[in-house]
Design a protein around this ligand. Sequence first.
Ligand SMILES: [Fe+2]
Length: 260
Amino acid sequence: MTSSTDVSAVPADEPLDQAQITREIEEIAATARPGEAQPLLDYPPYRSSLLRHPTKALCPADPEAAELVAPVFGHSDVAPVEADLTIQGTGDPIGERMVVTGQVLDGEGRPVRGQLVEIWQANAAGRYMHKRDQHPAPLDPHFAGTGRCLTDDEGRYRFVTVKPGPYPWRNHHNAWRPAHIHFSLFGTDFTERLVTQMYFPGDPLFPLDPIYQSITDPRARDRLLATYDHGLSEHEWQLGYRWDIVLTGNTSTPMERADA
Ligand SMILES: [Fe+2]
């Protein structure tokens, strides 16, 4: 549903301001129906969701055919260093060093082992190292903003990174994304891949953000929030956040829709 950088262009003839977007968000929230699939497709405040909605019937994917051309990987292909985004340059990245960890679980609470978890994020200044992100915040030569790891026998993943900053995007005038980290869970092949975003508690941009608000069920939205965990913080080194990912069931983590 979202691009890697969320820098989707809004049509130039729609100079919308935040007040208009917020009004639309509130109107849709007032008519939201319990049990609706989350996030909503064709969510008008998120302008480019309209452009991305499919206009033709979906094609069923044959998992076996996909496996013939999909990349394969094993434990030896994912190095432990890839889970620490702070040591991939030649120096320390600028920002608030943090660890984020949690379990990947199925709907019965069972750990999902050996799962490829990938993340990507903006740097502490809110800038992606990506050609489509040209807004005037500094790049950090020591921070590429990508990492991956495999879940362990308890379904646990763990990344060390810096806390991403909020960044502007072009949905409307003065639009800012709340700080977030993109997560991908690969499954066993591309047809099972799930993508979502993790947010930080207490962000003042939540009520203003059409992507976050496209999940109209507040309980589902809350499942995208990491929890600050002082037990994970380390003395004079880093802060700790915990975020579990539930793949199925009534308390599953909202994922970007494959049909979006
Ligand atoms: Fe993003």
